[in-house]
Design a protein around this ligand. Structure first.
Ligand SMILES: NC(=O)c1ccc[n+]([C@@H]2O[C@H](COP(=O)([O-])OP(=O)(O)OC[C@H]3O[C@@H](n4cnc5c(N)ncnc54)[C@H](O)[C@@H]3O)[C@@H](O)[C@H]2O)c1
Length: 345
């Protein structure tokens, strides 16, 4: 993967696309970063974009329902794709084909075919395309990752995600709400923590009798990963009590010992196997203290800007992040067919 760097010494001009919940979190990040500026806001519902800009006191910001009008009129260096997953492909490819780099919300796309076409478009246009998996920057996840790296070759990695989530939103419309929406966070974290990539998966997705979801809100999956590691996932949006954290609850077993992590604000712990020495790393402090913000966006923007300036690929660069999406699409295929599915890109 190669992409062109931007040599100008002015701040990079960004356009936010999508003025819903997460778009409203990203715009302040572009305003806060010393090397970026907010050049426009797009939403198919133009009034929504105007209202979102107004809330930040940006009454003169160019807003539009037309992405191409803003790309042509404002000539941004990058967009932040904050649209719904079904729109990610078209918005991203439209920007890339006009020579505009893309920082996108997860998931990259709703199918692997779409994702491949997006990565191809980035290559052909020599532009940077990144999916920001914001949890990778969580200080406790980074500490768990460092702790796991000291365990030697891994044999088992497990994560549980149990949440009693009742909001009436788009999740209600999905056939497999846990796999299609939430699982990418856990699957990408499994890749980040282990450094391994997926080989195959067997997955079941189902409805427990007590659930309030119409779709299959619970799932179990066994992934074979590179190096022979097995990563297992169990989760439910309909936890009947005892929820885990929003990043789940984790265990890693390696040659030298075991590490546990409760997710979110929990520091990891570690215990050595007989005759071995391991240590649990302490989480680092917030790199942006004193600022009210949605975690992991400022860090993702920082890596993206550094990437555009230096050519260094950020975490979540398309060729890498497509491997996390492939875990989701293969798990869905396994759930639908009842077969173990090889994971190919
Ligand atoms: N990283 C996280 O923790 C996190 C948290 C929330 C949402 N997200 C992701 O962010 C994305 C958006 O989620 P949300 O909660 O903000 O949704 P939302 O429904 O609140 O907002 C989406 C906005 O996109 C607009 N839109 C849809 N299609 C468009 C198009 N083609 N062009 C321009 N605008 C379009 C809609 O009108 C809406 O205003 C999703 O992919 C979601 O998974 C990530």
């Amino acid at each position: 993967m190669t992409f062109d760097t931007i040599e100008t010494d002015r701040p990079l001009r960004g356009v936010v696309v999508g003025a819903g919940f997460i778009g409203g979190q990203w715009a302040p990040e572009l305003l806060a970063h010393p090397q970026t500026s907010l050049a426009g806001w797009v939403d198919v519902d133009e009034e929504r974009a105007r209202a979102a800009a107004g809330k930040l006191g940006l009454d003169d910001l160019p807003v539009s329902a037309s992405l191409t009008a803003v790309l042509d009129g404002e000539e941004p260096d990058f967009i932040v794709n904050c649209t719904v997953p079904q729109a990610h492909h078209d918005v991203t490819v439209t920007a890339l084909r006009r020579g505009v780099s893309v920082l996108s919300e997860k998931p990259m796309a709703v199918s692997l075919d779409e994702a491949r076409s997006m990565v191809r478009a980035a290559d052909e246009s020599r532009r940077l395309f990144v999916v920001n998996q914001n949890r990778r920057f969580m200080p406790t996840l980074v500490a768990f990752r460092r702790t796991v790296a000291d365990l030697g070759p891994l044999g088992l990695l497990t994560s549980e995600f149990f949440m009693p989530y009742r909001n009436k939103n788009f999740l209600d419309t999905l056939e497999h709400p846990l796999l299609q929406d939430m699982s990418i966070h856990l699957f990408d974290a499994a890749r980040a923590v282990s450094g391994a990539d997926p080989v195959s998966v067997y997955c079941e997705s189902f409805r427990p009798s007590w659930t309030w979801y119409a779709g299959a809100c619970s799932a179990t999956a066994i992934f074979e990963m590179t190096g022979g590691l097995r990563y297992t996932f169990a989760g439910s949006w309909s936890a009947p009590g005892q929820p885990t954290s929003w990043t789940g609850s984790w265990r890693a077993a390696g040659t030298r010992g075991t590490a546990l992590w409760g997710g979110d604000g929990h520091a990891p712990t570690a215990e050595a196997a007989d005759g071995q020495v391991v240590r649990a790393y302490a989480p680092g402090s917030d790199p942006f203290p004193g600022r009210r913000r949605f975690g992991g966006l400022a860090e993702g923007l920082e890596e993206f800007v550094t990437g555009l300036r230096t050519g260094r690929a950020p975490q979540g660069e398309g060729h890498d992040n497509i491997r996390s999406l492939a875990m989701v699409t293969a798990a869905l295929e396994s759930a639908r067919t009842g077969m173990r599915v090889p994971i190919t890109l």
